[in-house]
Design a binder for this molecule. Structure first.
Ligand code: 9MR
Length: 384
């Protein structure tokens, strides 16, 4: 059955009320004891469904997004507050206020609270890699610093944060190891060490490797080899996060399916950890989510300032339907699908790779209303 939000209101039982204004429909529902379909109700028993949230949202100051988070999602990820820079800005300074608020918000609403991310080349201050005189640290000193950070951050939320992105984006697009300061100073066992330290700090936490563009064959091959090596060494790794920063046309549904299978075949839990779909014209020739890939763009690169045309809404909805058909097919191997943001208003894709564009990558529009893509995602759950 085709269900369109906006003209129809969709109910758990599958019937709908035509052309009722939103509030009236909700009142009708309440008086009849019906529950409107939400993402988390549609996906109950399939996999968790989540969103990355920002500070205004978990402090309940964002009047549009916060109610959506509470009603639609059963897991949250911190968009920024648990990254090294925000949480540990100087050697002897931790800034736990925002992160404590994030975790408390998730607990208040009974959500599965995720942690992102412990070891990354980006949003990590320079001091992390330097001694007090500004010289590069040697291996043992950097390992000790990594250990202290992980022990302090993971330890603080032991038993409260269900799972961590332990290492983020360690691979280049060709599948080789990224020459990050972590790699250059410690060597390639920095990944294994980070997982061991996280496991030591909270033995029950689920531990993930997280990266983008893993659907591309070369990068996927490098990641499969890395995961095999870690598993072979007995490193405590639970699974992998496929970030899922998609374009409308790539990766294909087939590539998505093959990628999930490649990692689940290794006995790993597979999550989609940062899902969105970029609908704007490219301003670089990369598909990557590498945040260093900035570009300039003229008016032609920002065609939907006044709104997304209906045919593009339909194209986006179809894209989400195709992706979720793949996720639902692989539900036994998947723990969660998390969107990277809540409404289009706050998506990082309004500023990447070109600043100040008007993008439409998520399921809720700038007013917080569900888009046709929302219905497509809800309907995909019915195929289960
Ligand atoms: O959405 C995040 C944005 O607000 C930050 O400015 C940016 C830089 O750290 O990071 C964004 O989130 C990234 C995530 O942490 C890792 N994968 C790519 C995401 C989008 O850049």
């Amino acid at each position: 059955m085709k269900m369109q939000y906006g003209s129809d209101f969709v109910f758990r039982q599958g019937w709908s009320v035509k052309k009722l204004p939103g509030l009236l429909a909700v009142v009708c529902l309440m008086t009849q004891g019906q529950t409107p379909v939400t993402l988390k109700s549609a996906y109950q028993g399939v996999f968790h469904i989540g969103a990355a949230i920002n500070q205004a949202q978990f402090e309940e100051r964002d009047q549009r997004a916060t109610p959506i988070i509470i009603s639609q999602f059963d897991t949250i990820s911190p968009e920024n507050v648990l990254k090294w820079g925000p949480v540990h800005p100087a050697k002897d300074t931790y800034n736990f206020g925002p992160a404590d608020g994030y975790v408390a918000f998730g607990e208040k609403y009974g959500m599965m609270v995720m942690g992102h991310c412990l070891v990354w080349h980006s949003q990590t201050p320079d001091w992390v890699f330097q001694d007090d005189s500004g010289k590069p640290l040697v291996r043992e000193a950097l390992l000790e610093r990594m250990h202290d950070h992980i022990k302090t951050v993971v330890g603080r939320y032991k038993g409260r944060i269900a799972g961590w992105d332990v290492v983020n984006e360690a691979l280049n697009d060709d599948g080789t190891m990224r020459q990050s300061p972590w790699f250059k100073i410690i060597g390639d066992d920095y990944i294994a060490k980070a997982f061991e330290f996280a496991h030591e700090a909270d033995p029950k936490a689920r531990l993930y490797y997280n990266d983008y563009s893993l659907e591309n064959p070369a990068k996927r091959k490098g990641a499969v080899e890395l995961m095999k090596k870690l598993k072979g060494q007995g490193v405590p790794i639970t699974g992998i996060g496929l970030q899922g920063h998609n374009k409308l046309e790539v990766p294909s549904a087939q590539a998505e399916s093959d990628t999930i299978e490649a990692f689940s075949a290794l006995g790993l839990e597979v999550n989609i950890s940062e899902l969105d779909v970029d609908v704007l014209p490219r301003t670089t020739n990369q598909n990557s989510a590498d945040i260093s890939a900035t570009a300039a763009g003229g008016a032609a690169s920002n065609p939907y300032v006044a709104g997304l045309p209906d045919e593009m809404q339909a194209t986006l909805a179809k894209r989400y339907a195709d992706l979720f058909a793949v996720f639902v097919k692989h539900r036994k191997d998947m723990g969660r699908v998390t969107f990277w943001g809540v409404t289009d208003a706050n998506s990082w894709l309004n500023n990447f790779p070109t600043r100040g564009r008007t993008n439409y990558p998520l399921l809720f529009d700038r007013q917080g209303k569900p888009k046709p893509a929302f219905d497509a995602v809800v309907n995909a759950a019915h195929a289960k």
